[in-house]
Design a protein around this ligand. Sequence first.
Ligand code: G4P
Length: 285
Amino acid sequence: MDINNINWYPGHMKKAIDKIKENIKLVDIVLVLVDSRIVKSSMNPVLDEILKDKPKLILLNKMDMADPKITQNWINYFSKKGIVALPIDSKNGKNLDKIEPVSRKILEDVLENRKNKNIKSETIRMMIVGIPNVGKSTIINKLSNRQSAKTGNTPGVTKSNQWIRIKSKFELLDTPGVLWPKFEDNEIGLNLAFTGAIKDEILDEENLAFKLIEKLIQIDPKILEDRYSIDTTGKETIEIMDDIAIRRGCLLKGKNIDYFKVSTILIDEFRKTKLGRISLEDVCD
Ligand code: G4P
């Protein structure tokens, strides 16, 4: 796999960033959605520059797919930097009810200031930003819960933007900010590919599966050993791939290995959490 082969449309990216910058002015707090399994790789560093001093809450989404110990490491890591990170599972709604109280706590000073200035509104407005596939649509749908009323166009809001009322004093901009992931190195590109954040067609399945085996062995050989009842001790990556293929009956005529099939199975099972809750990046990485 060669990261340089990925189209990343710098023109589109600039447009998206400009749009995010414009929308940020309309909200009190930005919810930065990242994938708990790949916290670093799913967070575009350009965001720090865009957000500057804007209050933000990091949402560690897909907590149900990540190793809870590592998610806690990330929470502690951000906490030391004075940043609040909240683990959530948007698909099942876990911890979504904590977003409002946590946001209010982060915005304590802002809200106090409003009071002092005799501004009556206690409404918090927020927007969600994140790279593709991190769960932006899922969380917006879940938060709005279909029953929520749209508050209609508000002066100063671009015509296409609508506010979704989550609770009486809590509103969400219905258009999320889509960030392009930052490909600083191959490792980040691979992490994005393993989790499906980058489209499959630009990557070679066999190479990706090969790299995934290397990564999983590095994290803990038992992940593959337990799932496929194989022994990985002293084996080369390709031998491990062959063993998985044999276990799963991925064989062509003449007992040759069907590498495409075994690669597809492995990647799919990883993405469906069938190999367990695995975080690909820890704080110390
Ligand atoms: P996006 O708008 O940021 O591009 O992401 P989207 O909401 O489309 O979510 C991408 C995939 O991630 C979806 O899976 C979605 O169900 C899943 N997802 C989002 N949040 C969570 C979470 O907290 N936990 C888990 N386990 N999954 C999450 P999909 O395979 O594309 O669709 P589907 O199979 O769920 O229908």
